[in-house]
Design a protein around this ligand. Structure first.
Ligand code: ADP
Ligand code: MG
Ligand code: MG
Length: 250
């Protein structure tokens, strides 16, 4: 599904990604861990196509197609979803109306008409029940006064509704309480399927107790320096990152 080859990217002439190789197949959950500032969020932004970063070398292939020169909206329409790290507040636009607009924009990009209202309602009902989201929440203004857990609930709801092929969830190191952690974990587990994939970027080893990844990668200073199975996350929790840095310099 996703193949990244020798990816280098920079911002303001500073190289952040220094040769990333990563391959993600349908049905897999990959976790990327690493110290703060190692380039994890940059990688998610570059995959999603955020324009402030410049790809200087290498390529990103999504379902065999090179993404490098494709706009972020078009990537989203092709099925790449990036969760918001700092969600915007949109007073007056409800959770439901926001997602309706996003779904119809995606359909339009694929040459389809708006989703009929009855079908949309059915979909909303189905997904909100699956994720245990109540109706009151759906009519609230987007992100306005949301708690950490509610922000996550909204992100997971959007992901469930849009059914991306590749979901990139970039968890920042602040503000994820146990409620939010469980919302993310439950949601991701319910949405795991054979035909989609998840790239989970996290500082929280604990999250990986609930979402068991197929592969764990460690990113240090713009490179993936070690990859392994789920046990690597436990090893990182116990031993930190220094032993990997030491291994690299031997
Ligand atoms: P991580 O997510 O692993 O904490 P980031 O990708 O956020 O790491 O950051 C990697 C490096 O890129 C850091 O040195 C950071 O200061 C730098 N960086 C990230 N975003 C920007 C930006 N918009 N402008 C300048 N430097 C940035
Ligand atoms: Mg950071
Ligand atoms: Mg980050």
């Amino acid at each position: 599904m996703l193949k990244i080859k020798n990816l280098h990217a920079q911002i303001e002439d500073k190289e952040i990604l220094k040769g990333i190789d990563l391959e993600i197949n349908a049905g897999e959950v990959h976790a990327i861990m690493g110290p703060n500032g190692s380039g994890k969020s940059t990688l998610s932004s570059v995959i999603a196509g955020k324009e402030e970063f410049e790809v200087t070398q290498g390529e990103i292939l999504f379902e065999g197609e090179e993404l490098n020169d494709i706009d972020p909206e078009v990537r989203a329409h092709k099925g790449v979803f990036l969760s918001f790290q700092y969600p915007v507040e949109i007073p007056g636009v409800s959770v439901t109306n926001f997602i309706k607009t996003a779904i119809n924009a995606k359909r339009k990009a694929h040459g389809e008409n708006d989703m009929p209202a009855s079908e949309m309602l059915k979909l909303i009902r189905e997904k909100s029940e699956m994720l245990e989201i109540d109706r009151k929440f759906l009519s609230r203004s987007l992100n306005t006064g949301f708690s950490g857990g509610e922000k996550k609930r909204n992100e997971i709801f959007q992901m469930a509704m849009l059914e991306p092929k590749l979901a990139i969830l970039d968890e920042t190191d602040s503000g994820l309480d146990i409620d939010a952690l469980q919302v993310v974990a439950k949601g991701v587990n319910k949405l795991r399927r054979k035909d989609n994939a998840v790239l989970l970027i996290t500082h929280y080893q604990r999250l990986l107790n609930y979402i068991v990844p197929d592969y764990v990668h460690v990113m240090i200073d713009g490179k993936i320096v070690k990859s392994g199975g789920k046990e690597l996350a436990h090893e990182l929790e116990e031993r930190g990152y220094d032993w990997i840095k030491a291994e690299k310099t031997v």
